[in-house]
Design a binder for this molecule. Structure first.
Ligand code: SF4
Ligand code: SF4
Length: 188
């Protein structure tokens, strides 16, 4: 039957040679491709030991910021959780007690605050919704790989910005930078 394009090619079925029956040409062709890729520039990197440079607009791991006096900024208003399209944020609010003014900036604070990094799509809407400038997505950090799903639930222990040990007295009370400097100069 005449094909429509008239470009049909009739192939003759030749019997395999002894080398072809032993798969030798295919084996050498495969080995040559492997050797060629062995010396080519690698398309992959050894993550997590190596990382690629981050884009200037990269949004990575969250941080709950402290104010200039080392107090937690978050007031547990819940706006970030409402804004989150992935429903990745949960929190429990509590009332600040007397004497905790140096720990929490507002009268209400987050007793617990969790972000599920497996749900998060790193859109940054929580950062934009926050009226207290308390939550930011860091431009140079991402959630490191883990083996267990539970380890992707980030609580306050991993989200709140760390306080320098220098800014803490021995009784665990957070000091202002000025108080810490004064204490350091007294101890020197
Ligand atoms: S970055 Fe986006 S998805 Fe992730 S917690 Fe914030 S609002 Fe939710
Ligand atoms: S991080 Fe900001 S928006 Fe979210 S609960 Fe705290 S103060 Fe409210």
């Amino acid at each position: 039957m005449q094909s429509l394009s008239n470009r049909a090619k009739k192939l003759e079925k030749k019997p395999f040679t002894l080398a072809e029956r032993a798969y030798l040409p295919a084996i050498f062709q495969g080995l040559s491709i492997t050797m060629r890729h062995f010396f080519m520039k690698k398309a992959t990197i050894r993550y997590p030991e190596e990382t690629r440079p981050f884009s200037p607009v990269f949004r990575g791991l969250h941080v709950l910021k402290r104010d200039e006096q080392g107090r937690e900024r978050c007031t547990a208003c819940g706006l970030c959780a409402v804004a989150c399209p992935a429903e990745a944020i949960t929190m429990v609010a509590g009332e600040r007690k007397k004497g905790e003014q140096n720990l929490y900036r507002e009268e209400k604070y987050a007793v617990s605050y969790e972000i599920n990094m497996l749900r998060c799509i790193f859109c940054g809407l929580c950062e934009e919704a926050c009226p207290k400038a308390a939550i930011y997505l860091q431009a140079d950090k991402m959630a490191p790989p883990r083996y267990e799903r539970d380890e992707f639930i980030y609580g306050k222990d991993r989200l709140v910005e760390p306080v320098s040990p220098d800014n803490r007295s021995k009784r665990g009370i957070q000091l202002t930078p000025e108080q810490a400097d004064k204490l350091r100069s007294q101890l020197a």
